[in-house]
Design a binder for this molecule. Structure first.
Ligand code: GDP
Ligand code: IMO
Ligand code: MG
Length: 429
């Protein structure tokens, strides 16, 4: 296998964990380049389910080195819990995992700020995962973030004091929330020193050596292109660049060191959290359509990290086309095809309509995107069971026709098709 970036190209939860886990035996290194514990990547092998937040989805494989890159934000407590969960299952995590010295640490005040800001926003809240992601990336850009390498720095105490003074002023005076104590922060820093610092490494150097030796790298994204801070449905996005380009900056590799971009998307669409969703059919706030409910129930659409119910809707070809462009996607991995089994008809959004005008691309303005009407093509559904199919000839003709139409609309070949949550439920095309 070549050096591939595998990313979500809708609003997250496309099945990245499953796809990366199944590709991992064919690569030497799996590396995460952005995001943090807002991600929840599910790996299923038989009756064993593993949900990962920070750790790359190659960790279950003996010969795969896993790297957490500088572009990520790491919650020491959560990462240690994740490591312990895997250790208890017999996975020798410290032998397989390295963490970039330059990655940013999520500290207790980031979570407090995230929560307090959401409360203050009231109805206009983003619906964040509450993991402190936004405030941590803000600190990074404001140049007051604390990185893994800073745990050994002699001015750390001073910097934490300065950060706490500022944050507690914001929390107490402006957001009317409880302050964060120095003791809470120290506890987190001690844990990071004890458990994470021993895994700190010069990740770009490791990658250069591996690439020179002819090893193959799988770059694993978190979230999805529509949650990208530049290209997504701003401001209803996460706080990092989630697009393929972020793999380079988030790990310290060059553009010549990537051969392919795998865009992972569901055969329908889901979103969790607030923000526009043109093809939405069903949600917990009262929107109730039988096809959307079918997707939510059959697809078991609840957040892997937060347990929140996901909003569901038809496949949005305008969104996926946009993602194919901004990421240079070379192949699509379509997941959850089996969830569409049993629907009488399936719809595919091929364009939007706004004020009587046909739009072929995603408008940059969030209010406009919220106002568009999807233009649908309707295809016949299928009653056959595709769950667990491993070859194209096991698929009904109508399912194959949908895939062909997705390829045409999105101008990109489908190279993988997932037909169930298990690592084995896959068709390589
Ligand atoms: P990620 O964040 O992109 O890794 O996706 P999540 O793990 O948050 O959500 C995807 C969910 O769908 C998980 O529960 C997976 O086990 C499940 N899943 C992945 N692929 C398939 C598939 O092809 N069919 C079905 N039925 N479930 C799938
Ligand atoms: P994976 O990697 C789905 C969403 C949140 C919210 C917005 C901002 O599992 O696909 P944040 O906590 O990042 O500040 O929240 O982004 N979000 C996700 N949605 N899957 C994810 O990750 C997500 N990570 C963040 O719901 O709308
Ligand atoms: Mg997820």
């Amino acid at each position: 296998m070549t050096n591939t970036i595998a990313i979500g190209i809708q609003w997250g939860d496309e099945g990245k964990g499953k796809i990366v886990d199944l590709l991992a035996p064919d690569v030497d290194v799996v590396a995460r380049f952005q995001g943090g514990p807002n991600a929840g990547h599910t790996l299923v092998l038989g009756d064993k389910k593993t949900v990962l937040n920070h750790i790359p989805s190659g960790i279950l494989h003996e010969d795969t080195l896993c790297l957490i890159g500088n572009g990520t934000v790491v919650d020491p407590k959560r990462l240690v819990e994740e490591m312990d969960m895997l250790l208890a299952a017999g996975i020798p995590v410290p032998e397989r995992l390295k963490i970039a010295e330059r990655c940013q640490l999520i500290l207790p005040y980031h979570r407090s700020l995230d929560a307090a800001r959401e409360v203050a926003k009231g109805k206009g809240k983003i619906g964040t995962t509450g993991k402190g992601i936004g405030p941590c990336y803000e600190d990074k850009t404001a140049r007051r973030g604390i990185r893994l390498v800073d745990l050994t720095s002699d001015d750390l105490d001073e910097r934490i004091d300065a950060n706490l003074e500022y944050v507690n002023f914001m929390l107490v005076e402006y957001l009317k929330a409880a302050p964060v104590s120095r003791a809470e922060v120290d506890e987190m820093l001690d844990l990071a020193r004890e458990r994470l610092l021993p895994l700190a490494a010069d990740v770009p150097l490791i990658l250069q050596r591996r690439i020179k030796a002819g090893d193959s790298i799988l770059y694993e994204g978190a979230q999805g292109s529509m949650l990208d801070v530049d290209h997504g449905t701003y401001p209803f996005v996460t706080s990092s660049n989630t697009v393929a380009g972020a793999a380079l900056a988030g790990l310290g590799v060059g553009p010549g060191q990537v051969d392919a971009v795998l865009g992972i998307c569901k055969a329908y669409t889901t979103r969790v959290g607030a923000g526009p969703f043109p093809t939405e059919l069903y949600n917990a706030e009262g929107m109730d359509c039988p096809s959307g409910k079918h997707m939510a129930e059959k697809g078991n659409e609840f957040g892997s990290t937060t347990g929140r119910p996901r909003r569901t809707g038809w496949f949005d070809g305008v969104v996926v086309q946009h993602a194919v462009r901004i990421n240079g996607v070379t192949g699509l991995a379509i997941t959850k095809m089996d969830v569409l089994d049993g629907l009488e008809e399936v719809k595919l959004c091929v364009a939007y309509e706004l004020d009587g005008q046909r739009l072929e691309s995603v408008p940059a303005c969030c209010k406009q995107l919220a106002a568009v009407k999807p233009v649908y093509e309707t295809l016949p559904g299928w009653s056959e069971n595709t769950f667990g199919a491993t070859s194209m000839d096991q698929l009904p003709a109508n399912a194959r026709a949908l895939l062909k139409r997705i390829e045409e609309v999105c101008d990109c070949p489908v190279t993988m098709l997932s037909t169930g949550p298990d690592r084995k439920h896959i068709i390589h095309l």
